[in-house]
Design a protein around this ligand. Structure first.
Ligand code: ZN
Length: 269
């Protein structure tokens, strides 16, 4: 079976749309449909349903084969402040306070997931998948999203079919652009990861709007996407979700290969 790759674009919102368009243009030559991670009320700025031009542009992308998923509601971690050093490192240092679903209550998680989906439905965009901001989700919040009727949840390296099903290993390449040293570190991390994933059946490219503003980051993505496209078929990540019934042999063996990494979201206290 030919190995595959997929592209996801994070933090899609009216305020980031210009940068999103630059990145979509970067992907266009490869002919790969893109999973658009839409945050309905990103950083409590302009809402997705308050910008008709954005809504129209989004619907235009979907009409051409892209796929929307819900990516939190505000994106910001506004839960009670971290109480331990470990929690602080995870929620403030590693994710810059962007993990909205990292420490949220189950009730609030379900409320925001339902609200977000309804807002997008209001502009003609139907979502079935959920990606927690910063890929962090408390286990209770995970269950709440499942209760809200989403078909799958995605983290950096896994797709979780809902309400239950074998997780699918789909590791992502990802940049951090928050500072010069993070960009440099990301560069080496991605090159190493790309090499180590040479035989992986699935690889994802995870793009973030700020990357549009750095020419050397765009060039690095172009080189990595050239390498992926040379050996893999470009698909939407939902193609990797198992159909109803038990997982097929390919899914089982891919998951066995990935054994050792955690196949369930970590319980976050
Ligand atoms: Zn995000």
């Amino acid at each position: 079976m030919t190995p595959t790759w997929a592209v996801s674009l994070h933090d899609v919102a009216p305020s980031t749309w210009e940068d999103c368009e630059t990145l979509l243009e970067l992907v266009r030559p490869y002919g790969v449909p893109v999973t658009l991670l839409v945050t309905p009320h990103l950083h409590a700025g302009v809402r997705a349903d308050a910008d008709p031009a954005f809504a129209q542009a989004l619907r235009g992308r979907l009409a051409r084969g892209d796929e929307p998923v819900l990516h939190g509601y505000y994106h910001l971690d506004d839960a009670t402040p971290p109480r331990s050093t470990r929690d602080w490192v995870r929620r403030r240092l590693l994710t810059a306070g962007e993990g909205e679903f990292a420490a949220i209550t189950a009730q609030e998680a379900e409320r925001r997931a339902v609200l977000g989906r309804a807002m997008l439905r209001g502009i003609g965009v139907e979502v079935e998948g959920f990606v927690p901001p910063a890929w962090q989700i408390a286990i209770d919040a995970f269950d709440a999203v499942a209760r809200a009727g989403f078909r799958y949840v995605t983290t950096r390296d896994w797709l979780y079919p809902l309400p239950s099903g074998n997780p699918v290993h789909a590791p992502s390449l990802v940049y951090s652009t928050r500072s010069a040293w993070r960009r440099a570190a990301s560069h080496w991390w991605n090159l190493r990861r790309l090499r180590s994933l040479a035989l992986a059946p699935r690889v994802r490219v995870a793009l973030h709007p700020p990357e549009a503003r750095y020419r050397h980051v765009r060039e690095a993505w172009r080189r990595m996407m050239d390498a992926l496209a040379a050996r893999r078929d470009g698909v939407l990540e939902t193609r990797w979700l198992p159909r109803a019934g038990p997982p097929d042999a390919a899914t089982r063996s891919a998951n066995d290969e990935a054994a050792g990494t955690n196949p369930r979201p970590r319980r976050i206290a």
